[in-house]
Design a protein around this ligand. Structure first.
Ligand code: NAD
Ligand code: DAU
Length: 342
């Protein structure tokens, strides 16, 4: 693997992956294709060597541009997407266009030039799981590669659609592709509309954190660096046509995570507001990562959530110029639809 195209490489997870590749695989050259939507940011790639990383600003649904770039590389790692559930509930159109039509455009180019494709997807394609009861059998109660697709939101339905396209292109056109479905990532460079950075930057900017509903919903947190290591392994050693689930046994309720943030930032544990719940809010996600662990030997390395969280808080504290300008706009957009519960 000498030349790779990383779509969405100026976003949260894509940029962390590009940084991982530059730091760990010195012979690889990365071309980033990114539209620089509200979620993309040139600054996420700042400081990377120009002879290793090139940023092309453009749309993954632009077939001419995509054809031109795909024929220059050995592999495509496809991160680009509209990624936020709340936005997809307000306006699904860009989710259909980018996540479905954009993925289709990349698949066509990869078939035409016989280029290896890795599709980044999400555990949300499987819908949600019931909240745990005491004594429940853990292993049988998680998503596996055999779980039924059952997406809940326009975002997760568009990602499920893109997964289906990849499967069809493998079977019908011989595309050399793999898919990974990962759980909730946290770490540096995550957009401040998302749960963890939103609450950290709320506290740093003198606002109260906002919790949807009762906060009992569970997410399965993984540090973004562990996700990057897993994707590289699948790209280089994964079996064509296979799906790998990535997760780090990081199940926590939103309330628990929020209280951990409040405590780590020296705030009382009840210094937050309850706001109205997300419509259709998925209750719980949990990944069974046995397949990638046993077949590819992957294990998460950042297993202490409180250390990872503390590092993330420090990153937002020391990178105020990265998020501050946007903060008021992001909160105003939320306030237009989210009222505080009495
Ligand atoms: P993000 O919103 O932070 O970044 C998305 C990037 O894609 C941005 O840089 C944006 O400019 C770019 N982009 C959007 N539309 C584009 C288009 N039409 N053409 C080119 N570039 C475009 O998202 P993220 O959280 O980094 O997620 C990246 C990928 O990982 C997505 O596919 C998402 O579904 C998947 N994923 C995310 C998580 C998570 O916890 N955030 C977990 C599992 C999977
Ligand atoms: O599971 C993987 C998915 O994780 C990815 O596919 C998505 O791209 C990514 O955005 C994320 O989706 P979630 O909807 O789980 O993430 P979000 O950060 O929006 O919310 C996490 C949880 O926190 C969710 O239960 C809703 C809740 N929440 C969110 C926000 C923004 C709050 O309670 N308060 C908030 O202010």
């Amino acid at each position: 693997m000498k030349n790779i195209l990383v779509t969405g490489g100026a976003g949260f997870i894509g940029a962390n992956f590009v940084r991982y590749v530059v730091a760990n695989h010195p012979t690889v050259h990365v071309t980033v294709l990114d539209k620089l939507t509200y979620a993309g940011n040139r600054a996420n790639l700042a400081g990377l060597p120009a002879d290793r990383v090139r940023l092309v600003v453009g749309d993954i649904a632009d077939a001419r541009l995509v054809n031109d770039l795909v024929q220059q590389v050995d592999a495509v790692v496809h991160y680009a997407a509209e990624s936020h559930n709340d936005r997809s509930l307000r306006d699904p159109a860009p989710f259909i266009q980018t996540n479905i039509v954009g993925t289709y455009t990349l698949l066509q180019a990869c078939v035409r030039y016989d280029v290896r494709f890795h599709h980044i997807s999400t555990d949300e394609v499987y819908g949600d799981l019931p909240l745990r009861n005491a004594g429940m059998n853990d292993a049988a109660d998680k998503f596996t590669p055999k779980s039924r697709y059952n997406p809940s939101s326009p975002y997760s339905a568009s990602k499920a659609s893109s997964d289906m396209l990849v499967h069809a292109w493998v079977r019908s056109f011989g595309l050399r592709a793999t898919i990974s479905n990962c759980s909730n990532n946290y770490g540096p460079y995550q957009h401040i509309e998302k749960f963890i950075p939103r609450q950290i930057t709320n506290i740093l900017s003198g606002r109260r954190p906002k919790l949807y509903g009762t906060g009992q919903n569970v997410r399965d947190w993984i540090h973004v660096d562990d996700h990057s290591r897993a994707v590289w392994l699948i790209l280089t050693q994964g079996k064509i046509g296979e799906t790998y689930l990535i997760g780090a046994n990081g199940e926590r309720s939103n309330l628990t995570v929020l209280q951990a943030i409040l405590t780590a930032m020296g705030q009382p544990v009840d210094a937050y507001d309850h706001v109205h719940d997300r419509p259709g809010h998925d209750r719980r996600y949990a990944i069974d990562a046995t397949k990638i662990e046993t077949e590819l030997g992957w294990q998460p390395q950042i297993t202490d959530f409180s250390t990872g969280l503390q590092q993330t808080i420090t990153w937002y504290r020391t990178h105020e110029s990265w998020w501050q300008e946007e903060k008021a706009t992001v909160e105003a957009a939320y306030q237009a639809v989210q009222t505080t519960e009495a």
